[in-house]
Design a protein around this ligand. Structure first.
Ligand SMILES: *[C@@H]1O[C@H](CO)[C@@H](O)[C@H](O)[C@H]1NC(C)=O
Ligand SMILES: *[C@@H]1O[C@H](CO)[C@@H](O)[C@H](O)[C@H]1NC(C)=O
Length: 401
């Protein structure tokens, strides 16, 4: 009798553990992303414009069609903006005031991504001012009488930090008007991102950004412990010759070692960072940039690594599609060779996917798959390779070291 009860308890324990792992939430086990109990590798894309376009119900077919097209190319991850601060067509029109049309647009984006089995990374604010960003937050606080001199006070001023925390809470506790699921409980969301490309050039030591990530990371996790969190960093090191010729007050190693940060991110733009140097020189830099970050993610940070942005602008002097394909192929090869041996690189998100009819939102980096056959093939091949790696490691348990 006693023995049977023990057995029953054991079965219940095993079953409940299995269901916790099978709930569709992305998780992390040391330097591996995990989904439903197996290591996860996936190809993906950026499309910052999804919520904005979806906020107009007459445009929503563009969202479902872009997810369908992405899914046809076996893309599994999309990164997009969960912010538009002040200005034209905002999500948050002033601190704590939200435009429900815009939120309904985001509801639609999340619900469509879920239908196409695409996981979302949602970023919560921008370093730059295209749609508000840290500059708008600082303006709001200045209008309330705060003495603020620099946009970098975003990271330290307590009124501004309060506004940003309120935004975290507003987004995470939003209940999706289509699915009825609160964002913080929705497994379609793979991860939150604190900021797109946090930079604090006024404090090159990295201490300001470090403290901000720690504070905001633990605040976010206090509301939502279901989801992964990443900081949105570009990968610049603190005082290290591996950087391009500038520093922005971040530290790829120390920032990503913060306990609340679940995986590291890298952006790769040799075309912006080394303007004037040849494609060959840029590719040499890129290869070194990719391999040093993968190595550091494995040996120092010991967390998964996502190549969250890369691409090449058609506005670059002497641009050719073949040069863009070479940049993408270099990133894809670094990810694939790491993934194949069970390394830290979990996937890559090219910047950025556009669809026909939204080209006016482009920035030179846009890829319309139907108009770029060579790039579309490259993307699809990479998706297939990572899907094979995922099958190879299905149910695999990596042992330590
Ligand atoms: C996706 O693939 C299906 C089947 O090949 C095709 O009918 C559909 O038009 C594709 N969708 C898009 C948006 O390209
Ligand atoms: C954004 O910032 C840049 C540089 O700081 C500035 O020149 C530009 O006017 C700003 N744009 C907006 C919309 O505020």
């Amino acid at each position: 009798m006693k023995k049977n009860i023990c057995r029953l308890l054991l079965i219940i324990l095993v079953v409940s553990e299995a269901s916790a792992e099978d709930d569709g939430f992305m998780r992390v086990d040391r330097e591996h992303l995990m989904l439903n109990g197996s290591p996860f590798y996936g190809n993906g894309f950026n499309a910052y414009w999804l919520m904005y376009v979806a906020s107009d119900p007459s445009q929503r077919s563009k969202i479902s069609s872009v997810f369908e097209e992405a899914s046809n190319h076996s893309l599994l991850i999309a990164r997009t903006w969960a912010f538009r601060d002040g200005g034209y067509s905002p999500l948050q029109s002033s601190p704590g005031s939200y435009n429900d049309n815009m939120f309904q647009g985001l509801d639609y984006v999340i619900s469509e991504a879920g239908k196409h089995n695409i996981k979302l990374i949602l970023s919560l604010v921008d370093n730059y001012n295209y749609t508000g960003g840290k500059q708008q937050y600082v303006k709001w606080a200045r209008n309330e009488g705060q003495n603020i001199f620099s946009d970098d006070d975003f990271f330290t001023n307590s009124v501004v930090k309060g506004y940003y925390k309120n935004h975290i809470k507003a987004v995470l506790t939003r209940k999706n008007s289509i699915s009825g699921i609160a964002y913080k409980d929705d497994p379609t969301i793979m991860a939150w991102e604190l900021m797109n490309e946090p930079r604090c050039p006024t404090d090159p030591s990295g201490n300001t950004i470090q403290a901000w990530i720690e504070e905001m990371g633990s605040y976010l996790k206090s509301i939502d412990s279901n989801h992964l969190l990443e900081a949105g960093l570009e990968g610049f090191y603190n005082h290290n010759k591996k950087n391009p010729h500038f520093e922005v007050g971040t530290d790829f190693l120390r920032n990503n070692e913060i306990a609340e940060i679940d995986f590291a991110t890298v952006h790769s733009y040799p075309d912006q960072w080394m303007t004037g140097e040849s494609d060959e020189e840029q590719l040499l830099f890129l290869d070194e940039w990719l391999s040093s970050h993968i190595k550091d993610a494995e040996t120092k940070i010991q967390k998964p690594l996502l190549f969250a942005e890369f691409g090449k602008s058609s506005k670059d002097p002497g641009y050719r599609t073949s040069a863009r394909d070479e940049v993408m192929a270099a990133v894809y090869e670094a990810i694939y060779s790491s993934a194949r041996r069970g390394g830290a690189a979990a996937g890559g998100l090219f910047w950025q996917l556009m669809s026909e009819g939204v080209e006016n939102l482009g920035d030179g980096y846009g890829i319309v798959l139907s108009q770029s056959p060579s790039t579309a093939t490259l993307i699809q091949e990479q998706s297939k390779k990572l899907n094979q790696v995922r099958l190879m490691y299905k149910d695999h348990v990596f042992t330590n070291g």
